[in-house]
Design a protein around this ligand. Structure first.
Ligand SMILES: NC(=O)c1ccc[n+]([C@@H]2O[C@H](COP(=O)([O-])OP(=O)(O)OC[C@H]3O[C@@H](n4cnc5c(N)ncnc54)[C@H](OP(=O)(O)O)[C@@H]3O)[C@@H](O)[C@H]2O)c1
Length: 280
């Protein structure tokens, strides 16, 4: 979509999980179109680094260390964003995968970690942004979906079911905010070549299934900058959601990536697998 470069001038946007991957690309996209962006993630050093990178590119960027699983951190993030003017866009992007393997032997702490970030974090972000948006009669809330948002995903139950929860939560918020001027969007970016896919932890005995993922990513993966693009269409329209994984899109991209040699062994996304013992 070709929108004017200044389409977001005067708007302040918060992006969680914005130090790398899709979140950084989304912050860059919003900033390049004129928004003031506020980046958040848990590593203070990474937040500072990402803010510097965007400023060098001419973007008005700020940042704050924030663990989205911590309510007080998320409140403080909203308060900081409001010091830059209004609060117009909030992207609940931060998300983590769980350890790959069966639910029956999933470490309890790991399941809790995924729920705390993907579910509780999305609730926290929505809970701080919506009162501001409702008070001013406008605002765009974007929740990031992922694999599992429309069906089961074996061996990735914590992640997949959390994304299905994000979808239902988002659809419910849309119903609750109807007619208020506030817009609630869902975005499923498809496969994006980021650490989330490239640095995987597996229960012992399941790691052998993962190299197949590299072929899938080689066929259908996108760079974060490309995957972020649909965000612009959402925050500048009433469109409820974007879903990358449409048959036609996948067919075209698959052929293009195949021709570009992205599926060949030496061109594949590097895969770093950590193996942990399953819990009985
Ligand atoms: N990659 C894909 O193929 C894909 C596909 C569909 C959907 N998605 C979704 O897209 C979103 C971004 O994924 P990605 O692939 O870009 O992942 P990524 O490269 O691993 O980046 C994750 C970002 O989230 C931050 N983060 C993690 N836990 C956090 C927490 N508790 N509080 C605040 N920040 C936190 C990380 O920084 P710190 O570690 O420093 O906190 C980092 O900035 C996720 O919601 C994911 O589910 C990804």
């Amino acid at each position: 979509m070709d929108l004017p470069q200044n389409v977001l001038v005067g708007r302040v946007a918060v992006v969680t999980g914005a130090t790398r991957g899709l979140g950084l690309a989304m912050a860059r996209l919003l900033g390049r179109h004129g928004a003031t962006v506020v980046l958040a993630a848990r590593s203070e050093a990474d937040v500072a680094g990402a803010v510097d990178r965007l400023r060098v590119e001419g973007i008005e960027a700020y940042g704050r260390r924030c663990d989205i699983g911590e309510w007080s951190d998320v409140e403080a993030l909203r308060d900081e964003a409001l010091t830059y003017g209004t609060l117009d866009i909030w992207v609940n992007n931060a998300g983590v995968p769980g350890i790959y393997g069966p639910t029956a032997s999933t470490p309890v702490d790991d399941f809790t970690r995924v729920v705390r970030t993907n579910i509780l974090g999305t609730f926290h972000g929505s809970r701080v942004a919506l009162p501001v948006f409702l008070g001013q009669g406008h605002g765009d809330l974007v929740n990031v979906y992922g694999r599992g948002d429309q069906g089961s995903v074996a061996w990735q139950n914590a992640y997949g079911s959390s994304k299905r929860w994000v979808r239902q939560f988002t659809e419910t918020l849309r119903a609750e905010t109807k007619g208020t001027g506030v817009r609630v969007h869902g975005l499923n970016p498809g496969l994006v070549m980021t650490d989330l896919l490239g640095k995987v932890t597996s229960q012992r005995g399941y790691e052998a299934r993962l190299p197949g993922l590299q072929v899938v990513v080689g066929l259908w993966g996108q760079t974060p900058d490309v995957a972020a693009r649909p965000l612009l269409g959402l925050v500048t329209s009433d469109r409820a959601e974007f879903r990358d994984l449409k048959r036609r899109t996948l067919l075209t991209r698959g052929v293009r990536n195949l021709l570009a040699g992205r599926v060949r062994r030496r061109n594949r996304m590097p895969l770093d697998i950590t193996v942990v013992e399953a819990e009985r």
